[in-house]
Design a binder for this molecule. Structure first.
Ligand SMILES: [Zn+2]
Length: 380
């Protein structure tokens, strides 16, 4: 049911097709984040019109509310959120480590307090597989320990050991669940850790490959506060360590420039809450002026679309002057219109990268694009 076909390469950049039970994902691809089973403010038909092939949902949030068993009884996440395309759920690990207020990490798992009502919970590698089975996403992620950015080597090493031990338990429970119940076809991706330590990253990747033939790989523990140069160095290293014929999902990235830099280093799938979060803050991406905040006075009578080169609904219909008015007035429509633009901006970047990889012009295009994008105007 799951397959990844590499269609073209340009340097380390890859264009491929990831086949899932709910359809094909043409990579490189940005996946809109539907944290609690909704891409904030948009109906799923709008998400589909953005060209998004696959969406992401968060295990931690859905486990706490409305609860994975309820989602299962209601037909699983696809039926519950009215999305027939592929879905990926994360393991909840990142949210436990970043959101939950109190936590204790043992070799067995993690105890934490809900950020909603303070109630106590525990995640183990096994329970995280059970929750993700109940949710029924196409791709499920293994439970990993993600140490904070800037963690010292000993901490990163310990987290790697634990993540590896947890991966074996995840895989065993995942297989048991597959055998014992009629349920969705799912693929389990392991999550590589190792922080910015090249040898730890390499060792982790090799241990994963020795353990099993995984249908894809998650790359975790990047974009968590380390220097950009460290992220690019690790991705370049991993490009040589990961199998060519499996998709690579760079977790939590990104912003448009990061997306292009990561595509250039061999990554295929991406997710980030930035498009919708920025929309709530009145911020939009443009290819000529970089990131702009529409609150700026210089947009007061600007009758151009956010990005003249963009084909999204917002850019085809509205000008900056009106959008600025919505932002200044804190109107609900601001979030919808800017989310549509920001999400389409990233999805389109993936589509364009794919085309460029296909015709062998990716690298020059990427350099020009980044130079233009980074030449930001100073705020008015
Ligand atoms: Zn647009």
């Amino acid at each position: 049911m799951f397959d990844y076909t590499l269609c073209a390469e340009d340097g380390a950049a890859r264009a491929g097709t990831f086949t899932t039970p709910h359809g094909d994902v043409r990579t490189p691809a940005f996946m809109p984040v539907g944290t609690v089973g909704t891409v904030k403010g948009l109906i799923m038909e709008e998400v589909e019109r953005l060209g998004a092939g696959m969406v992401l949902a968060n295990t931690y949030h859905l486990y706490l509310r409305p609860g994975h068993e309820l989602v299962r009884r209601l037909g699983g996440l696809h039926a519950f959120m009215r999305w027939d395309g592929p879905i990926l759920t994360d393991s909840g690990g990142f949210q436990v480590f970043s959101l939950a207020s109190i936590r204790e990490i043992h070799d067995d798992g993690v105890e934490f307090q809900s950020h909603i009502d303070g109630s106590r919970h525990a995640f183990t590698p096994e329970s995280v597989m059970e929750i993700q089975r109940a949710l029924g996403a196409d791709v499920v992620m293994a439970f990993d320990e993600c140490p904070p950015g800037g963690a010292d080597r000993a901490t990163a090493e310990a987290a790697n050991r634990r993540t590896l031990a947890w991966l074996e338990r995840c895989r065993d429970r995942f297989r048991e669940l597959e055998d014992e119940s009629e349920g969705p076809e799912q693929a389990l991706f392991p999550v590589l850790q190792g922080n910015v330590y090249g040898d730890l990253r390499r060792e982790h990747a090799r241990s994963f490959r020795d353990m099993d033939d995984w249908p894809g790989y998650g790359i975790g523990g990047l974009s968590v506060g380390e220097a950009k140069g460290d992220m690019w160095r690790i991705l370049e290293l991993l490009h040589g360590e990961l199998p060519d014929d499996r998709p690579r999902y760079l977790m939590g990235v990104g912003y448009p420039d990061d997306l292009l830099e990561a595509i250039a280093r061999g990554c295929d799938l991406f997710d980030c809450v930035a498009p919708t979060r920025n929309a709530r803050h009145g911020t939009a991406w443009t290819s000529e002026e970089g990131q702009v905040n529409l609150k700026a006075a210089r947009f007061r009578e600007d009758t151009r679309p956010i990005d003249p080169g963009c084909d999204c609904y917002t850019c085809s219909r509205y000008d900056r002057a009106y959008l600025r008015h919505l932002v200044v007035s804190a109107e609900w429509l601001q979030v919808r219109l800017l989310s549509i633009h920001n999400l389409r901006f990233l999805v389109r970047l993936g589509e364009e990268a794919r085309r460029r990889i296909g015709d062998g012009t990716f690298d020059g295009w990427r350099r020009d694009w980044l130079e233009r994008y980074r030449k930001q105007r100073s705020p008015a």
